[in-house]
Design a protein around this ligand. Structure first.
Ligand code: FVH
Length: 297
């Protein structure tokens, strides 16, 4: 006989956009009692048919929460608006809304002042990856370690969980750092396709495979950079030195010119390389470039 009683952690989820809805389905499928709330109520209906309870207001959803209150909203402002008026005292708040490290820090203080514990999360997955561990999606978490440990099993249902420290801003920092690296990589991919795409007899699908393999192999250089930053010796274990790479940039720029391609995506990074070599550090790897980036405030 199905008594409807389960030992699974009850989840309260505020926000049913594309990501929130994917999270909701994964918790329902895993048998977690689920209460949902969304500003536009209709988005809750399919989940209610699947066994979730829809709360009329965010405050009511929070008041009835016996487990973590998870937020997956557009931005930090929408988190503030949604929680405004809710009694957070004694609650565990898990914010999966993308924001900056500073916003996470401020939100943690705001939540703590209202008597609740706070965990921030940065989702490294797109909705179709949620509830499918084989896709490798995961969430960076930071903030209250006890909260994380207590709800870890439930938090690991939608995607893997990677705790990166008690500073509430560190999940967002990891998230943004990875997205920033991705942006640089996509700029490189864009330039590479601009170079080859005007060649009529070139197989772009084959090229794409070669490109992905090359980027995968080169990604290992991040370990070399980390080791150099930790030791402070930027010449440690250098396999390709900066002077050689900077000289090679001339061929990259000349080829772009010959192919009629604008080099604007590459030039800022190349200028940084040239500057470091001019400072007398041609024997280093790339770690020295990090020291050139602190912005003037
Ligand atoms: N979707 C993705 O690929 C990325 C993957 C990485 C992580 N992001 C972040 O996840 C947060 C939510 O993303 P989403 O995909 O669910 O976003 P939307 O489909 O646009 O849904 C937005 C939800 O936020 C609600 N909302 C917006 N403004 C307010 C407000 N002022 N008060 C209350 N709720 C608000 C919106 O409600 P409604 O429009 O349906 O009424 C949606 O529930 C996000 O931080 C991504 O960066 C996703």
């Amino acid at each position: 006989m199905d008594t409807g009683i389960t030992s699974k952690t009850p989840i309260t989820l505020l926000g049913l956009g594309d990501m929130g809805t994917a999270l909701a389905h994964s918790w329902l499928a895993a048998g977690h009692p689920l209460t949902v709330w969304n500003r536009t109520r209709e988005k809750a209906e399919p989940l209610v048919r699947g066994g979730a309870r829809a709360a009329d207001t965010a405050a009511e959803a929070v008041a009835s929460a016996a487990g973590p209150v998870v937020l997956c909203l557009l931005d930090d402002d929408s988190v503030g608006e949604t929680l405004d008026g809710a009694d957070l005292n004694g609650k565990d708040v898990v914010n999966l809304t993308t924001g900056t490290p500073a916003q996470a820090g401020r939100r943690a203080r705001w939540v703590n002042e209202r008597g609740a514990r706070f965990l921030d999360g940065g989702i490294m997955a797109v909705p179709p990856m949620i509830g499918r561990p084989e896709t490798g999606g995961y969430v960076f978490y930071s903030g209250d370690r006890e909260l994380f440990d207590r709800h870890r099993e439930a938090l690991e249902v939608p995607a893997g969980a990677e705790f990166v420290g008690e500073d509430p801003g560190h999940a967002a920092l990891h998230d943004i750092a990875l997205l920033s690296a991705m942006t640089g990589m996509l700029a490189g991919i864009t330039h590479a396709f601009a170079l080859v795409s005007r060649e009529k007899d070139l197989d772009l699908a084959r090229f794409a495979g070669l490109l992905a393999e090359w980027l995968g192999a080169m990604a290992g250089s991040s370990q070399e950079m980390a080791a150099q930053l930790v030791s402070g010796d930027y010449t440690e274990g250098v396999t390709s030195n900066l002077a050689m790479m900077t000289a090679g940039n001339d061929a990259l720029l000349a080829t772009a010119r010959d192919q009629g391609v604008d080099s604007r995506l590459l030039v800022p990074y190349m200028e940084l390389m040239r500057h470091r070599v001019a400072q007398g550090h041609g024997d280093e790897g790339l770690a020295g470039l990090v020291s050139l980036l602190p912005a003037a405030h």
